[in-house]
Design a protein around this ligand. Structure first.
Ligand SMILES: [Zn+2]
Length: 213
């Protein structure tokens, strides 16, 4: 059984997401060959970690899939390795966050999984209908806890709004109603300027690691 620390699994805790370049190209220009010069503290014991090389993983986006280095740090006391991800990826997704967000947005606009797969596929990177469906189902699973996290943040920031009243299910409540609620909360929480890379990439830097979108 995975060890737990304040409700987070250790496996998840050993990932950090930081803004290391908004796009793959920028990330590769800065860190394609050298490890970011960042001091990392162990999430388990708080000690300073040592740089510990990298592994390569695929980042798939519309039009291409490329290998990028993911740098690691090591804690000699806990004997655990931490991976540092650029903010356009989450640990367990091969596709960039903005691509998954666009797919879910299209679904909410009423497109079918097959139509969305067609829209976002390219010659180099084909996305199947099943993959789009998996992204959407994952979003439905995550969106409730992220919405509650947003409520907490808004309340801490002193909002006067009745946040539960923003949740307006129809006669037959559906899981999509929670996504609409999430979108309303996000509009209250996110700064008003436009998000070229989508909201999820911005939000994932702030969310607890188990809540990533
Ligand atoms: Zn440690």
């Amino acid at each position: 059984m995975a060890r737990e620390l304040r409700g987070h699994s250790v496996k998840n805790l050993m990932n950090r997401i930081l803004p290391l370049g908004q796009t793959c190209n920028r990330y590769l220009r800065r860190y394609g060959k050298s490890q970011p010069n960042i001091e990392m503290c162990c999430p388990l014991c708080g000690r300073t970690m040592h740089k510990h090389g990298c592994y390569y993983r695929t980042a798939a986006m519309r039009g291409r899939a490329i290998k990028i280095p993911i740098y690691r740090w090591y804690c000699p006391s806990c004997k655990k390795t931490l991976s540092l991800l650029p903010d356009f990826l989450i640990p367990w997704a091969r596709y960039t966050t903005v691509m998954r967000e666009i797919a879910v947005r299209r679904k909410m606009e009423g497109k079918s999984f097959a139509q969305i797969a067609d829209l976002i596929s390219s010659k180099a990177v084909a996305v199947s209908r099943c993959t789009v469906k998996r992204w959407y189902k994952r979003h439905l699973r995550q969106v409730e806890k992220v919405s509650l996290w947003l409520c907490k943040k808004l309340i801490q920031a002193g909002t006067e709004q009745d946040l539960l009243r923003q949740y307006t299910p129809g006669v037959n409540p559906t899981p999509q109603d929670t996504i609409y609620w999430f979108q309303k909360l996000l509009a209250l929480y996110a700064p008003a300027h436009s998000f070229l890379r989508g909201y999820w990439q911005w939000l994932n830097k702030k969310l607890p690691i188990d809540n990533l979108l």
